[in-house]
Design a protein around this ligand. Structure first.
Ligand code: BTN
Length: 261
């Protein structure tokens, strides 16, 4: 089987059109977790820094889960934002990132990605990408926001147990994918969307809604030790999920949406 070798920074850089996202680019072969590193680190302070690795020894997922990924096959990276991040909109960064991944998959591979609240990207109801946001907040100021992204790109088989069945771009489009081209496309879209988040957040939310097939469906939500079943009515201006449970409306800001067949 054709395999892909280490990430080629030149191929990535040549297609990068951003002002600041990815302009400070750090590549490393192995690390515990790109999110954990940027959270602890005090050296890399440049807004938009991207840290990409080929392998994580302690890759983290949401809700204290682990994120495993085969070496050199996928995209594992974190973006550091430390300027003008609005605390009020902090949850919207999840949705905006998921939307940006979705748009990149549409543009490059004509896939039909689906947004699963708050920040998963699915293709054919299988998980193709996950996002983990970590932040340092002091008072009302977001000192730093780290957006960690894992995209299954060229991995073809996934051993182990998963809550959501995984897939990769390669499995969906049946060819080897350029990780370099995908990353540049994604960062170009991401920077544009992050800027739009300041000026037209409602439009971005509409674009996210357009790709969320679950709005209007009955869903389960696990929030801490609460389990709720109800109608997924909408997401509000802050990206929170509005759930109709009987005659009560619940507003959920973080949790796990469970799709039951
Ligand atoms: C999830 O779906 O639970 C989120 C997965 C996020 C994984 C990425 S891989 C790069 C970054 N570093 C980590 O340790 N996690 C995120």
């Amino acid at each position: 089987m054709e395999t892909k070798k280490a990430f080629n920074i030149e191929d990535f850089d040549i297609k990068l059109n951003t002002d600041y996202v990815g302009r400070n680019f750090i590549y490393c072969e192995e690390i515990d977790s790109t999110n954990s590193f940027l959270m602890k680190d005090e050296e890399f302070q440049e807004n938009g820094t991207v840290l990409l690795t080929e392998f994580q020894t302690k890759g983290r997922g949401r809700l204290d889960r682990t994120w495993t990924s085969a070496k050199e096959q996928n995209l594992l990276f974190s973006i550091l934002l430390n300027k003008n991040v609005s605390l009020k909109k902090i949850n919207l960064y999840n949705l905006t990132t998921a939307l940006s991944i979705g748009m990149a998959l549409e543009n490059l591979f004509q896939l039909k990605p689906e947004m699963k609240w708050p920040n998963d990207v699915l293709v054919n109801r299988k998980k193709i990408a996950g996002i983990l946001c970590d932040s340092v907040v002091q008072g009302k100021t977001v000192k730093k926001l780290i957006i960690g992204i894992g995209i299954n790109v060229n991995q073809v088989s996934f051993a182990g147990k998963y809550r959501m069945p995984p897939t990769s771009i390669r499995n969906e489009v049946k060819r080897l994918i350029s990780r370099e081209r995908l990353l540049s496309e994604l960062l170009n879209i991401f920077e544009e969307n992050i800027e739009r988040l300041k000026t037209e957040p409602e439009k971005l939310l509409d674009e996210w809604r357009d790709r969320s097939k679950l709005i209007g469906e009955k869903i389960w939500i696990i929030e801490g030790n609460r389990e709720l079943f109800g109608l997924f009515k909408d997401v509000d201006k802050q990206g929170r999920l509005i759930l109709q449970v009987g005659d009560k409306t619940e507003v959920i800001s973080s949790g796990d949406l469970v799709i039951k067949k």
